[in-house]
Ligand binder design. Structure first.
Ligand SMILES: Nc1ncnc2c1ncn2[C@@H]1O[C@H](COP(=O)(O)OP(=O)(O)OP(=O)(O)O)[C@@H](O)[C@H]1O
Length: 360
């Protein structure tokens, strides 16, 4: 089997506070292979960004990795010094954040930003780096790239700026890109283009991608595998085709059902009742149990099983993959039109799981 680009094992992040130690990431394990896009999805506060920041060494103290391991291309990186980690971030890991201005220096021409990044990490001459900067902008679809290298970040629209950030993230030829809500701040019309661009470029280069999003539509459109997070833990991990057509964790099922089925003009939503518990107030047992229509006594006392990097559902009573799932299991934006029709029942996710219906 190909060596994964990224392997995280039992990754746990703690935040000591005056009253308790909060655990926003709890024993999370997964791999990302070369050229693979792993979508990390969950509600706000699930721990998606914390897990991403832990991988790139950008946790804000007092948050820190308290146990577990992070491996990049066969080398352990969770014990590197901040200086060593800075080099890894520039060379081996590219980053795309929600706000393009986080990644771009407002005072530097974008051509210079690309050139300096390449010169810092690649054995090439300045002339070659400048030529590659133009090519990189052309590749991400910036019109008149030879002139636009002289522009400053504020001279671009939001969508164009995010294209520049993608060019910057990829220019040092990293093996991993971490994209944290890369389209959330953009117009809906631009979102799909940016996701398609990221997907195409990473596929062509064999770059592994950790794509963090709250949007199941983005997962369906772009990801190969999906890691569903809830209250710091992995709820479910598996290939997108399997997880979206036959979710096994009731949370995944509810998350899909609560996504608008925009492409079909369907208004019916199945909202998951309640909200995710705050970190300091996690219930005993499975953190999802207070919201879970399938919860039994065991769920209220025993935390769900921890799943390993091979994937599964962290549920004592997982769904069997046929309950309430139909060929009409189309996630948002038509994303699942590539998914196989495994429908034995003709129902949609969320329809029969006892989640609150929003009305048709
Ligand atoms: N400095 C801090 N002190 C206490 N709790 C914190 C701190 N920083 C983050 N948290 C908590 O850690 C949890 C995980 O946050 P994280 O940003 O990783 O969530 P997320 O899934 O990425 O959500 P979002 O999509 O809103 O960014 C949240 O409950 C958040 O409130």
């Amino acid at each position: 089997m190909t060596q994964p680009v990224l392997s995280i094992r039992n990754l746990t992040v703690d935040i000591p506070t005056r009253y308790a130690v909060l655990r926003p990431v709890d024993k999370v394990s997964y791999d990302i292979a070369p050229g693979e896009i792993l979508g990390v999805v969950g509600e706000s506060g699930a721990g998606k960004s914390m897990a991403g920041n832990a991988v790139i060494g950008l946790l804000t103290p007092p948050a820190h990795i308290s146990s577990g391991e992070v491996w990049l291309n066969g080398k352990r990186i969770d014990r590197l010094t901040p200086e060593q980690m800075r080099r890894v971030r520039g060379k081996d890991i590219g980053m795309v954040f929600q706000d393009p201005l986080t990644s771009l220096n407002p005072l530097l021409r974008i051509g210079d930003q690309l050139t300096e990044t390449m010169l810092a990490h690649l054995p090439i001459s300045r002339a070659e780096a400048e030529e590659r900067a133009v090519a990189a902008l052309e590749e991400v679809g910036i019109p008149a790239a030879r002139q636009r290298v002289n522009s400053y970040p504020h001279e671009f629209s939001g969508g164009m700026r995010q294209r520049v950030v993608i060019a910057l993230a990829l220019c040092a030829e990293p093996s991993l890109v971490i994209a944290d809500e890369p389209t959330t701040a953009l117009d809906v019309s631009v979102q799909a283009q940016i996701i398609a661009l990221l997907k195409r470029l990473c596929r062509e280069r064999g770059t592994a991608v950790m794509l963090i999003t709250h949007d199941m539509g983005v997962i369906a459109e772009a990801a190969d595998r999906v890691a569903v997070m809830y209250a710091g833990r992995l709820a479910e991990l598996g290939p997108v085709r399997e997880v979206l057509t036959a979710p096994r964790h009731p949370y995944t099922f509810g998350l899909m059902g609560s996504t608008p089925l925009a492409s079909k003009g369907l208004k019916r939503l199945h909202q998951i009742p309640g909200s995710m518990p705050r970190l300091g107030r996690l219930p005993p047992g499975c953190a999802f149990s207070p919201r879970c229509p399938r919860a039994q006594d065991k769920c209220r006392h025993d935390p769900g099983p921890v799943i390993d990097a091979d994937g599964a559902a962290a549920c004592w009573f997982p769904m069997d993959g046929t309950e309430g799932i139909g060929g009409d299991a189309t996630p948002p934006h038509g994303g699942a039109r590539h998914l196989p029709d495994t429908s034995p029942t003709g129902a949609r996710p969320g329809a029969d799981a006892g989640f609150t219906g929003g009305g048709a």
